[in-house]
Design a protein. Structure first.
Length: 318
């Protein structure tokens, strides 16, 4: 009996040590993958603070040999305050901060507009009864197979028709066109609808019996309970709108390619790929990319857990 119990203990210890080995191996594999993913970001940040001589003489060296320099950041901030590019030592410094501000305005407007549209539509789909509701929802789901860029054509045609009324394609209207074009996300609508289905319908019926209108039920009862999913959707909209390129690039080109109207993605693409004034200026390009990537990295690092919690909560049924 003693020998059998000893053998059982040895087997348990072997199993435990085997599980620990798997965890250790998995940890090191994930560590290597994280290092591979983080290396380009580290290289971008360190290159942005290298001197031009370091970049030219030691392009493959990670850390600078002649010390760090923050002159590029200083000049880009000055160009942002001035609102137009600065040419210094035969180098073209664009107003990157202005591009960041334009992107933030578009992101903020898109988040507000999309939340208002999608929450109202989801409320109707969940708590209201009307003809062809299931057919309409099926059409919404089917539209997810259509590429988003296909909607830009009709959006800009409508935009030009309205802009003629106001006497031209003004900057204010350009912003509004981007916001309204990106204001109907079926994915956001789907997540909000799934979340609303976890709210007891008895609450809505009780409010109706007390004489509350649908608008009051939506605004005072349903909307405050959507904080978790709306926070998640706001982050998703932020990341998607911040990185959008095709729509803003087309709108800016049609509006005369005004440098002050550019969003960050459009400006960085022109800076890195199409501008002969910055040819070979790797340090300047990396500095602009760091400034542009900083808001996205901060938002994702702070709010990454909320994304998972919100999406998981949208799958709960009542």
């Amino acid at each position: 009996m003693k020998s059998n119990s000893m053998n059982t203990l040895k087997l348990k210890r072997n199993k435990l040590s085997g599980a620990q080995r798997v965890k250790i191996i998995a940890f090191f594999v994930l560590l290597i993958v994280c290092a591979i993913w983080l290396f380009p970001i580290l290289y971008m940040i360190l290159t942005s603070v290298k001197t031009d001589s370091d970049i030219m003489v030691y392009p493959g060296k990670l850390f600078p040999t002649n010390g760090f320099t923050f002159e590029r950041y200083k000049t880009l901030i000055q160009a942002t305050i001035k609102g137009e590019p600065i040419i210094l030592n035969d180098t073209w410094y664009p107003p990157v901060g202005k591009w960041v501000l334009n992107s933030l305005l578009i992101v903020a407007g898109t988040i507000v507009w999309q939340i208002l549209v999608c929450t109202a539509c989801a409320y109707a789909m969940v708590f209201l009864d009307f003809k062809f509701k299931k057919l309409l929802w099926a059409a919404f789901i089917a539209s997810m197979s259509i590429p988003g860029i296909a909607g830009y054509v009709s959006g800009f045609i409508l935009g030009f028709k309205i802009s003629d009324i106001f006497g031209g394609y003004t900057k204010t209207y350009l912003y509004l066109n981007w916001i309204i074009t990106g204001g109907a996300s079926i994915m956001s609508l789907f997540l909000i609808k799934q979340f609303m289905e976890s709210i007891p319908i008895d609450l809505v019926e009780s409010a109706r019996m007390d004489g509350c209108s649908d608008f009051r039920i939506f605004w005072r009862l349903i909307f405050p309970n959507l904080k978790g999913i709306l926070f998640t959707i706001s982050i998703m909209i932020f990341l998607g709108t911040w990185n959008a390129y095709e729509g803003p690039a087309l709108a800016i080109k049609l509006a005369g390619n005004d440098n002050s109207m550019k969003t960050l993605t459009v400006g960085l693409f022109d800076l890195v790929g199409n501008n002969p004034s910055t040819s070979g200026q790797l340090g300047l390009k990396m500095t602009a990319c760091v400034i542009g990537a900083l808001p996205t990295m901060l938002v994702y690092c702070i709010c990454s857990n909320k994304i998972v919690e919100g999406v998981a909560g949208s799958g709960v049924k009542r």
